[in-house]
Write a protein that binds this ligand. Structure first.
Ligand code: PLP
Length: 229
């Protein structure tokens, strides 16, 4: 009998996490970077509390979700039992979900248009919360993908800061699936540097080692930890 998901059987979750950890460490050594300069965001979207708990028990504290409603259904039940958890929103945000997002998340990686800036600024001020904010770039200029076009990035970042009073912590990108990721990571790093931004959210299961070479400070890793979705 062929198991539907062989990786889930041969690799229980904590050991998949350990293997990702080993790969991060190796990439950091190769890039002459400190392991502490890279935050692993374990992307738990589509996985339930039962799948997430062993990963928390193995020591992981930073998690990523791509939908506000799904995160709201899952995480408030887990948080009281595990102090020190941090939750990052890595998927698109709608203005009408900003209130819930600001209340629940510690970081938003998908800041990419004025309406979101406005909604986030309003909620951050009224809830007196501090969130780490990343501007999402559409480095591949893919029409179906969220994110700011590279040519518009400088002006958008300036507007986030000056018009909306948002403190931007870094840039996020998702390279096109059918292209080598390195040029996209390099472009993201270049735009961040010229805008005085220190954080780079880039690299997923397939390419986080390359992203670390290009300076990623936040890698978003789902399937390599939790198995196939
Ligand atoms: C799902 C997702 C990830 C994780 O992808 P994997 O390939 O499973 O590691 C990272 N970033 C974003 C924005 C995602 O939606």
């Amino acid at each position: 009998m062929t198991p539907e998901n062989p990786s889930a059987i041969t690799r229980p979750l904590p050991s998949a996490l350990a293997s990702v950890e080993a790969d991060i460490l190796r990439a950091c050594v190769e890039a002459r970077r400190d392991r502490a300069s890279v935050t692993l965001i374990a992307v738990s979207k589509t996985f339930d509390a039962e799948a997430i708990t062993p990963v928390i028990d193995a020591g992981q504290r930073v998690f990523g979700e791509n939908r506000v409603q799904e995160a709201k259904a899952k995480w408030p039940g887990l948080m009281p039992a595990y102090p020190g958890l941090a939750l990052h929103l890595i998927g698109p945000l709608q203005s009408n979900k900003a209130k819930e997002a600001v209340a629940l998340f510690d970081a938003v990686h998908s800041v990419d248009r004025p309406s979101i800036c406005e909604a986030l600024a309003k909620e951050i001020n009224s809830q007196k919360r501090r969130l780490e904010l990343f501007v999402q770039l559409n480095t591949g200029e893919e029409p179906q993908k969220a994110g700011v076009a590279p040519a518009e990035a400088d002006a958008f970042i300036a507007a986030c800061r000056e018009k909306y009073g948002l403190e931007i912590s870094g840039l996020m990108c998702i390279p096109p699936v059918d292209e080598a990721p390195a040029p996209h990571f390099a472009l993201t790093a270049k735009i961040a540097a010229r805008n005085g931004l220190n954080n780079l959210s880039m690299g997923m299961s397939a390419d986080f080692a390359i992203a670390i070479q290009f300076g990623a400070t936040h890698i978003r890793v789902g399937s390599a930890i939790f198995g196939h979705r």
